[in-house]
Design a binder for this molecule. Structure first.
Ligand code: COA
Length: 320
């Protein structure tokens, strides 16, 4: 079988911060409640001039530099996002032009917070079949644009950011397996009201609606089962895994996933305190931050997992 290697990673967050103290002034909440229930202290928020493609571009150029690859070598650009600059064209098309590569295959996938893993799974197929030699896979979201900052149940969770992987065909194993799943029967537990073709029943500014308690339970089960699936598909066990990089949704969700898998929390990459939930950006952002701070090193085996609106969920297993 043709192997795939993770040649480089990059990430980007905007400078603006939204702290728990800021939120205390906006809704009926407290730093103590948010920290205890979510583990989040602050989130990054894009400036009015910044859109998702701007965050994606910074992460992508960092990943290409890390991989030592010129943009025109890319045979595929796929972006996981549910907050594109416009309904069309895709963020991937904007990236292709801005990166300065020639015409190439470029499109977005929308699987909400699982978007990066869906994009990764698509890239895996292109690389395994030889349809592309190198692929740029990006997760980027500007969640602040679809948050109702009067809703204390959602506005405390989300932030903006982007993360990117460059994946290349290789003679040595890197990416073992990726799997994604969905069950649209639960769509109304987490969705964006407005902005699409279904007219909103209330208001006209698109914003997230969520049943937090239901999502919590589904999230843990989904990320655990998807992680078990990619381990089985790879012929590996948790003893072979150095780190878990789960979707950064809530510190209690990360703990519950680690407990259910029997993995000590020290082996879970946790960036939630500083960045909150960055939707599709969360997994590649957390991965890249852990590479840059020296926790994840070349040769480490890492299990990625995510969960989000759809419901959509998935996992991937790779040796970095
Ligand atoms: C949203 C979430 C933090 C809420 O935590 P929780 O422990 O489940 O809290 P509950 O929803 O049961 O609410 C408990 C109480 O806190 C209140 N509350 C909700 N948000 C609050 C806030 N920001 N500040 C203070 N109180 C709040 C509720 O109104 C409720 O009050 P009541 O008991 O008087 O009715 C948690 O359910 C969660 O993280 N779920 C997953 C969401 C997620 O990850 N979504 C994205 C997936 S990609």
């Amino acid at each position: 079988m043709q192997h795939i290697t993770l040649a480089g990673t990059g990430s980007f967050v905007p400078e603006g911060k939204l702290t728990n103290a800021d939120l205390e002034a906006m809704v009926d909440t407290s730093d103590e409640w948010i920290m205890t229930r979510t583990g989040i202290s602050e989130r990054r928020i894009a400036s009015p001039e910044q859109a998702t493609s701007d965050l994606a571009y910074e992460a992508a150029t960092a990943a290409l530099a890390d991989a030592g690859l010129a943009a025109d070598a890319l045979g595929l650009i796929v972006v996981g996002t549910s907050t594109p600059d416009h309904i069309f064209p895709s963020v991937a098309c904007k990236l292709q032009a801005r990166l300065g590569c020639g015409p190439t295959t470029a499109f977005d996938v929308n699987a909400a917070c699982t978007g990066f893993l869906s994009a990764l799974q698509v890239a895996e197929q292109f690389l395994r079949t030889g349809a592309a030699e190198h692929a740029l896979v990006v997760g980027a979201d500007t969640m602040s644009r679809i948050i109702d900052y009067r809703d204390r149940g959602t506005c405390i969770l989300f932030g903006d950011g982007a993360g990117a992987f460059v994946l290349s065909r290789s003679d040595t194993p890197g990416l073992f397996a990726s799997r994604t799943y969905s069950d649209g029967a639960h769509y109304d537990k987490l969705y964006v009201c407005g902005g699409g073709s279904r007219a909103p029943s209330e208001g006209h500014v698109p914003h997230i609606k969520m049943n937090g308690r239901a999502i919590f339970q589904l999230a843990v089960r989904a990320m655990v089962s998807a992680t078990e699936d990619v381990l089985k598909a790879s012929g590996l066990t948790l003893a072979d895994v150095d780190y878990l990089v789960p979707h950064q949704a809530n510190k209690r969700i990360l703990s519950a996933v680690a407990d259910a898998l029997g993995v000590p929390f020290e082996r879970v990459i946790n960036t939630i305190r500083e960045y909150g939930n960055n939707s599709a950006a969360s997994v590649p952002l957390a991965f890249d931050l852990a590479v840059k701070d020296g926790r994840i090193q070349r040769g480490d085996t890492v299990a990625l997992s995510a969960f989000g609106g759809g419901l959509a969920w998935g996992a991937a297993l790779l040796t970095y």
